[in-house]
Ligand binder design. Structure first.
Ligand code: ATP
Ligand code: BTN
Length: 332
């Protein structure tokens, strides 16, 4: 444990907790005493770390006289496993963290100088967020929490439609592991049979007229704990849909392959080559919807998207394009 002993503060806590999780992931029960000896900490601090991990959403069995064990088998995220699943080498960095506030924030602090397409992943987020400050529930080991950096020389205007492109990329990666019937809700959500499976949060830095750096945050539920607090709409996860466990490292590899392929195409041609893929997966195409932005509500028939990724709404025979991240779409 000499490498952990050299750490301090939050880094040390996170390293200890990650090590504890890897010990709990063994097939048999492990006693608090053995964990304490292995890590060079007291039994009461083992018990505190276990409580903290449970609070982060990890399902842990605790049986008096036997010790602890994970309720479900868990393969931790691991850069070398992700790279082994990739079909081709890539010079982007793959940074795997344990517990972070938000991977978007972690990546932003490290993004300077990282190769295009580098990613930051985490086992858990204590402050995962969706659009407009909404919470993204991020239990330990249960999902993909990933942020990718991509620089756009053409600045802000060349990012129009980026969240739609990323949604198409997530959908393509899901298809490759066998989930073929997801739908995309403009501008940033992936649904499966009416339940939310994944979300995208893109944050951009850069002055107008200058190159812009996008931090592309993606959350995909893989195997959520049996009960999850704080999600106020129907939701699902990959393992329930496929009725089998999925190695998150494999799914990350598929996601990286799709995004690394699609983002350069998007930089060259925008959404043009992806329009049909959006239409095929568009959750509300041809349906009555309402758009809410602050106090403004517009209703009409969804006519899909334009080449810039704006939502097209037909009202009384007139077609209007709606841009921007502040709009929420609901069935009317
Ligand atoms: P819209 O994007 O149309 O405004 P939304 O409800 O999907 O609406 P988002 O900001 O995209 O809002 O996503 C945040 C919402 O997603 C949360 O308010 C919650 O309802 C839901 N949510 C949070 N965590 C998860 C999760 N792990 N899985 C599925 N849904 C989640
Ligand atoms: C949404 O549906 O509103 C978007 C959810 C985005 C969640 C991901 S998880 C990785 C990255 N870090 C965050 O804090 N949010 C995004």
């Amino acid at each position: 444990m000499s490498s952990i002993a050299k750490l301090s503060g939050r880094d040390k806590t996170n390293a200890l907790r990650t090590h504890i999780v890897s010990m709990l992931a063994a097939d048999s029960f492990i006693s608090g005493e053995i964990i304490a000896i292995e890590l060079g900490i007291t039994r009461s601090s083992v018990s505190n770390h276990i409580k903290a991990l449970s609070a982060l959403g990890l399902d842990i069995f605790s049986v008096k006289g036997r010790g602890y064990k994970l309720a479900e088998k868990l393969t931790l995220l691991d850069e070398s496993r992700i790279r082994a699943y990739l079909f081709a080498e890539h010079d982007a960095r793959i940074l795997v963290n344990n517990i972070v506030g938000s991977t978007n924030d972690s990546l932003r602090t490290q993004s300077l100088g990282l190769p295009q397409g580098s990613v930051c992943l985490a086992e858990a987020q204590t402050n995962g967020r969706g659009r407009r400050g909404r919470k993204w529930v991020s239990p330990f080991g249960a999902s993909i929490y990933m942020s990718m950096v991509w620089r756009f020389e053409g600045g802000y205007q060349s990012l129009a439609g980026l969240s739609l492109l990323v949604g198409i990329g997530v959908n393509r990666a899901l298809k490759r592991i066998g989930i073929v019937d997801c739908r995309l809700k403009w501008p940033n959500d992936v649904y499966h049979h009416g339940k939310k499976l994944a979300g995208i949060l893109i944050e951009v830095e850069g002055q107008s007229g200058e190159p812009a750096t996008a931090v592309i945050g993606i959350g995909v539920n893989i195997q959520l704990p049996a009960s999850v607090d704080g999600i106020d709409q129907p939701y699902t996860d990959v393992s329930s849909i496929l009725s089998r466990a999925v190695d998150r490292n494999e799914f990350v590899a598929r996601l990286l392959e799709e995004l690394w392929l699609m983002l350069p195409q998007f930089q060259l041609n925008g959404l043009s080559t992806f329009m049909q893929q959006w239409k095929d997966a568009d959750l509300y195409y041809g349906q009555a919807i309402s758009l809410t932005s602050g106090k403004n509500i517009s209703t009409g028939i969804s006519k899909g998207i334009d080449i810039n990724g704006a939502l097209l709404l037909e009202t009384n025979g007139h077609l209007k394009a709606y841009h921007g991240g502040e709009i929420s779409v609901r069935p009317a």
